[in-house]
Design a protein around this ligand. Structure first.
Ligand SMILES: C[S@@+](CC[C@H](N)C(=O)[O-])C[C@H]1O[C@@H](n2cnc3c(N)ncnc32)[C@H](O)[C@@H]1O
Length: 234
């Protein structure tokens, strides 16, 4: 239910209550958050879906109208709502939270929505089918393990695009995750599985989730990174 009196500090306090949750608890947390997720993300100046869709669209060389898109950790459907404005029409979404998938279903944009706790469960997607596989906001230590990257690759068709966008939390686990992720991306390039299209650092990905009364405005934001790869043709 929307609550206009909610403040950024309320959202931060709510988010901090999920610290230390295991994957199942995290999905129940998202279930409880689903109805106010988009409103709260507006409050947190969450720019990731806009930036990722922009980044992808600038590099995508196919026909958006015909492209099959797999939206991994689709949440409430913010990414599909933005991609539709760029001409994309065919979406399949995957998320581990039933509540978030119910919000995504309300957009009416997804042909199919699949519930899966990624990591413990495999990505529920056929091999070699999607022109675009996109994951926004799911690549972090508390969410989806780095091993998902090979599953994203598997789901893409030859020549398909794999677009990944993540917040870079200022924590040791956040840094370790980023190092492992980038090692895996690089390794897959060396294996000839895909080619690197572009990587972009994002300034002010979203507001920090930690209550901080620091007057330095830059300290109140987290940065992020976007990666774009293209599956090899052989
Ligand atoms: C920050 S939200 C991003 C949602 C959407 N892509 C967006 O940008 O608005 C993270 C999403 O990842 C999902 N998620 C986190 N861990 C997951 C897991 N292990 N398996 C499946 N979904 C997961 C959450 O349910 C949530 O919808």
């Amino acid at each position: 239910m929307s609550d206009c009196s909610r403040t950024v500090d309320d959202v931060r306090t709510f988010l901090q209550s999920s610290k230390g949750f295991d994957p199942q608890q995290m999905m129940r947390f998202y279930d409880s958050w689903a109805e106010t997720y988009e409103q709260d993300h507006n409050l947190m100046s969450y720019r990731a879906p806009h930036l990722a869709v922009d980044f992808l669209s600038k590099n995508f060389s196919g026909s958006p109208e015909e492209a099959q898109v797999l939206d991994v950790t689709c949440g409430s459907g913010l990414v599909a709502k933005l991609m539709v404005k760029r001409g994309f029409r065919h979406f399949v979404g995957v998320d581990g939270s039933k509540g978030m998938l119910e919000q995504a279903a309300k957009t009416g944009l997804y042909q199919d929505l699949k519930l899966a706790l990624l990591g413990p469960e495999p990505l529920p997607a056929p091999t070699g089918v999607f022109d675009v596989v996109i994951i926004v906001g799911g690549l972090r230590a508390e969410f989806v393990p780095v091993s998902i990257v090979r599953e994203l690759y598997q789901a893409a068709k030859m020549g398909g695009y794999i677009c990944m966008s993540r917040v870079d939390p200022k924590s040791e686990s956040g840094n370790n995750y980023k190092v492992s992720l980038e090692k895996e991306l690089q390794l897959m390039e060396e294996e000839g599985l895909w080619t690197h299209v572009d990587t972009k650092e994002i300034d002010k990905y979203m507001m920090t989730v930690y209550n901080n009364h620091n007057n330095n405005k830059n300290e109140q934001y987290l940065d992020g990174t976007m990666y774009l790869y293209r599956k090899s043709l052989n």
